[in-house]
Design a protein around this ligand. Structure first.
Ligand code: GCW
Length: 717
C-alpha cells in the first residue's frame, strides 16, 4: 500500500516536472552540458552588478539569476563586486557611470529607444560585460538576448552587439471573446479570466508577459476584431487596467478592439456616424476615460464594414472618416488607430482578391498621422500560400502594418507541425518593385522604403490556456518566430528555428540538424498536401478544418471553394491575368507581367493567377494533372518523413513532449492523406484522368469525404 502510494506520488511529481517543460516555452534554461562552455561562462561571470531599482530592472535581475542558476548550476560564485573584473554590469544609460558611458558612446549612437547593447569592454584594464540601453525595458531585452547566447551555447568572450527593433509596434492580436472562446483558437480558452479580474492575477499573465518580452513583443490587443462593445464599459476597463499593470514592467502596452457601433450599444446614442458631434464627443470622452486608468494605453484596432462588422459605411461615410475620427480621440494621449484593410464586399463578387486594394489604395495620404492600416499578408485570407498583398508598397503616404496569422486557421489547426517563419519570410522578402528592384515588403513594413515613422507587425495569436500555451509544442516556435521577425523582418527563418530548438529542447547537433530540417520543410509540405501550385481557399466551410473543394452552396459566391479553383473539364485555376479579372494590374508592371505571363509566373502561384488545362505542361515536363497529383503525394511523403525524423529524436527530448509530438505527427500524416485523397478524387471528376504512377490509391470514396461533418471543431464560435 505504502509503496503504491509512493509510486503514485512519484508519478504525480514527475508528471508536473515534465509538464512544466511544455509550459516553459523557449525559456527552459536547461543545464549547460558542454563543459568547455561552462568554464568559459563561469570565468567570464564572476560578479553581477545591477543598476537601478525599477520593477523592470528587478525583473531583469531575477531573470539573470534564474538563468544562471538553471544553466550553470551553481551561482554561489556570482557576487556583486564592481571592483573586480569579469563582472556583468546591467543597467540603463542614465545609471551607468561616466567612464562606461563614455566607452559606449558610439554604441549608444547606433541604437534607438528600444535597442540594447551587450558588449565586452575593458576599462581600467579590467574586462567587464555591459548590458545596457536607453531605458530599463531596453535593458530587459538585452538581458534576454544575453541569456539566449548562453542557451544556445555561444561564446561570451568578446561580445559586441548593438541591436534595435526595426519596427515600432510588435503586437499580438488576440481574437479572444469575452466568454473566453477564441475565434480561430486551437489551444484552449482565452488566457483572460474576465470573471476573476481585476482582483485575481493569474500567474499566466505574468508568464505571458515574460515570454513576450523575451522576444521583443511590445503590444497586445486583448480582444477579438469581431468586437464586443462591452469591453469599453467601466466594468471591463477595470479588468483591462489590471492586465495593463501586469504587462507594463515587461514593456507591453495594451490595446483594445473598438466596435464601431459602441456609441449606440453602450453609449445610448442613436447613431455611430463618425461625423456626428455627439459620436465624436463620445469617443473623445471614452478615450479620456481609458487613458485615466491606463496612461500608456496603446490605442484601438478596428475591423469595420467587413464580414458584418459595423463601420462608417453604415452612415454613408468611408474608412478614412471612421479611422480619422477615432484617431482624433486618442491623439491627445499619444494613442494610435490600427485600421484593418481586410474588406470584401458582397456587392462585388468579381474577384475578392482585388477588393481591399480597390477600396483602400485611393485613400493613400488621407489618414491622420496616428493611423496605421493593417494589411493581411495576402489578398485573400491567410492561406498556406498567397502572393504578397498588392497594397504593400502601393500606399507611399500611408503607414501600413503587416498582419500575419500565427494561429493555424487554414494550416491544420494546432494539430499540424508547420513552421510559419518560413511563410512569413517568403512574404517579407517579396519584391514589390514599387521603387525599383529591392523594394521588398520588409522595407515597406519597417518604414525604410517611404520613411514612415509609425511601423508595425501584428500576429493573430495562437495562444490559449492549454498547458503548453499553443496546443502543439512546435506551434510555440511560431509565436517565438513571429516575435523575432517583428523585431527584425530580415532574420532568416533557419536561424530562428535553430535558436528556438536549442532554447526549447537541446543543443545536441544530432538533434538540431534533422529536426531543424523538418521544421524548414514543413511549410512546403502543408502547401503540397493542401493547396499545391497556387490553389487556395478549398477548405471545408465554417470551421475551415479539412478539405472541401466541392462546397458551392454558400450564400455569398466568394465564400465557396468552387469560386476559387474553378475546376471544370477544361482545367483548373482562377484567371487573374490580364485576360481574366486582371488582378495582376494591382501590382507594378514588373510584378504584374511576371505573374501575368504563363512562362514567368512562378509555378507555386500558377493556379492563383491562371486557369490552365489539365494537359498544360509544367516545367518538369509533367502534365498539370499528373503534376498536381504528384504534389499532393509529395506532401504526404513529407509528412511521413517528418515522422521518421522525429521517431529518432526520443533520446534528446523528455518523454512527454516526445510523445505529444509523435502523436500529433501521426494525425498530421493521416490528415495529409485525407487532403490528398479528397482533393484528387474531387478534381478527377473534371480531369477524367487516372492517377499517375507514384500516387497512392485513395483510402476512401469521394462520397465518404463529402459526408464528414465536424459540428464542434474548435475556433468556430
Ligand atoms: O480569416 C477570417 C476568419 C474570421 C476572421 C476574419 C478576419 C476575426 O475566418 O474568423 O474574423 O478572417 O480576419 O477578420
Amino acid at each position: 500500500m505504502t509503496s503504491l502510494r509512493f509510486a503514485f506520488l512519484f508519478l504525480l511529481l514527475s508528471f508536473s516536472a515534465l509538464a512544466q517543460k511544455d509550459y516553459k516555452l523557449w525559456l527552459q534554461y536547461n543545464e549547460t552540458s558542454n563543459s568547455v562552455m561552462i568554464s568559459e561562462y563561469k570565468s567570464n561571470l564572476k560578479g553581477i552588478v545591477v543598476l537601478g531599482n525599477s520593477e523592470t530592472i528587478k525583473i531583469a535581475e531575477k531573470e539573470l539569476k534564474t538563468g544562471f542558476s538553471d544553466m550553470l548550476g551553481n551561482i554561489s560564485e556570482i557576487k556583486s563586486d564592481i571592483k573586480g573584473e569579469n563582472n556583468l554590469i546591467v543597467g540603463s544609460e542614465s545609471n551607468l557611470n561616466a567612464e562606461i558611458k563614455n566607452e559606449l558612446q558610439s554604441d549608444f549612437a547606433k541604437i534607438n529607444d528600444e535597442g540594447f547593447i551587450v558588449k565586452t569592454v575593458s576599462f581600467k584594464n579590467k574586462k567587464q560585460i555591459i548590458i545596457t540601453g536607453k531605458n530599463d525595458v531596453a535593458v530587459l531585452y538585452g538581458v534576454f538576448n544575453f541569456l539566449r547566447i548562453l542557451q544556445t551555447n555561444k561564446s561570451i568572450k568578446n561580445l559586441n552587439i548593438a541591436d534595435s527593433p526595426k519596427t515600432s509596434i510588435r503586437i499580438l492580436n488576440h481574437w479572444d471573446n469575452l466568454d473566453r472562446t477564441v475565434e480561430r483558437g486551437y489551444a484552449g480558452f482565452s488566457l483572460w479570466n474576465w470573471q476573476k479580474l481585476p482582483d485575481f492575477i493569474d500567474q499566466r499573465y505574468i508568464d505571458y508577459a515574460r515570454a513576450n518580452a523575451s522576444i521583443g513583443i511590445n503590444g497586445t490587443v486583448l480582444t477579438n476584431v469581431n468586437a464586443n462593445a462591452l469591453i469599453l464599459t467601466p466594468q471591463y476597463l477595470e479588468k483591462v487596467e489590471a492586465l495593463a499593470n501586469v504587462f507594463r514592467p515587461y514593456g507591453i502596452k495594451v490595446y483594445l478592439t473598438a466596435r464601431f457601433s459602441a456609441p449606440i450599444e453602450i453609449g445610448g446614442l442613436k447613431t455611430a456616424d463618425p461625423k456626428d458631434p455627439e459620436v465624436i464627443n463620445w469617443w473623445k470622452n471614452k478615450s479620456a476615460e481609458i487613458y485615466k486608468r491606463i496612461p500608456d494605453f496603446g490605442g484601438f484596432l478596428v475591423k469595420a464594414n467587413s464580414e458584418g462588422q459595423p463601420g462608417p459605411q453604415n452612415y454613408g461615410r468611408d474608412h478614412v472618416d471612421g479611422a480619422n475620427m477615432l484617431a482624433d480621440a486618442v491623439a491627445p494621449f499619444g494613442g494610435i488607430i490600427m485600421w484593418r484593410a481586410f474588406v470584401y464586399s458582397e456587392h462585388d463578387a468579381n474577384d475578392r482578391a482585388k477588393q481591399a486594394y480597390a477600396e483602400f489604395q485611393p485613400y493613400d495620404g488621407k489618414f491622420k498621422e496616428n493611423v496605421i492600416v493593417q494589411v493581411k499578408n495576402g489578398a485573400i485570407d491567410f492561406q498556406p500560400r498567397e502572393p504578397f498583398h498588392p497594397l504593400f508598397g502601393a500606399m507611399p503616404k500611408t503607414p501600413l502594418m503587416m498582419e500575419f496569422q500565427i494561429t493555424q486557421e487554414y494550416l491544420g489547426f494546432s494539430t499540424h507541425l508547420v513552421f510559419l517563419p518560413k511563410l512569413f519570410q517568403e512574404v517579407l522578402e517579396s519584391d514589390t518593385y514599387q521603387k525599383g528592384k529591392g523594394s521588398t515588403v520588409a522595407k515597406v513594413v519597417d518604414g525604410t522604403l517611404y520613411q514612415n515613422k509609425l511601423t508595425g507587425i501584428a500576429g493573430v495569436a495562437n495562444i490559449g490556456n492549454d498547458l503548453n500555451w499553443t496546443g502543439h509544442p512546435f506551434a510555440q516556435a511560431n509565436w517565438y518566430g513571429f516575435g523575432r521577425l517583428a523585431w527584425n523582418p530580415y532574420l532568416d527563418s533557419e536561424t530562428i528555428a535553430d535558436e528556438w530548438l536549442r532554447s526549447t529542447f537541446s543543443n545536441d547537433e544530432n538533434f538540431i540538424k534533422p529536426v531543424k530540417s523538418i521544421m524548414i520543410e514543413s511549410r512546403e509540405a502543408v502547401v503540397n498536401y493542401m493547396t499545391p501550385l497556387g490553389l487556395h481557399h478549398i477548405m471545408d466551410t465554417g470551421h475551415h478544418y479539412g478539405p472541401g473543394p466541392w462546397v458551392s452552396n454558400l450564400s455569398r459566391p466568394e465564400w465557396n471553394p468552387t469560386y476559387y479553383h474553378k475546376a471544370d473539364q477544361n482545367g483548373i485555376g482562377f484567371d487573374r491575368s490580364k485576360s481574366g479579372t486582371n488582378a495582376v494590374s494591382q501590382y507594378v508592371p514588373e510584378v504584374a507581367d511576371l505573374f501575368d505571363n504563363l512562362e514567368t509566373c512562378p509555378e507555386k502561384d500558377l493556379l492563383w493567377f491562371h486557369h490552365v488545362s489539365w494537359d498544360y505542361k509544367l516545367k518538369n515536363g509533367q502534365t498539370l494533372w499528373n503534376g498536381l497529383a504528384l504534389k499532393y503525394q509529395e506532401g504526404v511523403n513529407q509528412a511521413a518523413a517528418m515522422q521518421n525524423v522525429w521517431n529518432k529524436a526520443g533520446k534528446y527530448v523528455d518523454s512527454e513532449r516526445f510523445n505529444e509530438v509523435k502523436m500529433l505527427l501521426e494525425i498530421q500524416y493521416k490528415e495529409a492523406k485525407w487532403w490528398r485523397d479528397a482533393c484528387l478524387l474531387y478534381f478527377q471528376q473534371f480531369s477524367g484522368k487516372e492517377l499517375p504512377e507514384g500516387v497512392e490509391k485513395p483510402t476512401q470514396t469521394l462520397e465518404y469525404f463529402k459526408s464528414l461533418k465536424f459540428p464542434f471543431a474548435p475556433g468556430n464560435g
